[in-house]
Design a protein around this ligand. Sequence first.
Ligand code: ZN
Length: 135
Amino acid sequence: MPKIKTKFICQECGYESLKWMGKCPECGAWNSLVEEIEQNSSKTYIATTNVVMPLTVDEIEVTEEERLKTGLDELDRVLGGGIVRGSLILVGGDPGIGKSTLLLQVSKNLLLKGYKVFIYQVRNLKSRLKLEHRG
Ligand SMILES: [Zn+2]
């Protein structure tokens, strides 16, 4: 059985990479790398672009997402049953309303379940900037 090697070739400049990248490091083009299969003995290249065919609504398979319970019933209810894997949740609210406390409680619950927790906090810097008026 011939060994199949694949590589990704930029369609703009011909740059070759063993892994897919969103941006070509050579010419800077976006989404220009296309996977090509090289068969070991011959130098035949087969372009394999990822063709995605549209589906009708009744062809779409609906699967129930596995949701991660936060340990806070009200939060799980607001999130539609818990956190969906790979999802991003924006928690917003007035200063002092308890966003950090809520997320620390969720973090504690998830840590106790053995999950790793990463927290990024985005602050509204506009109110912290002192704009100087000149002239
Ligand atoms: Zn390129």
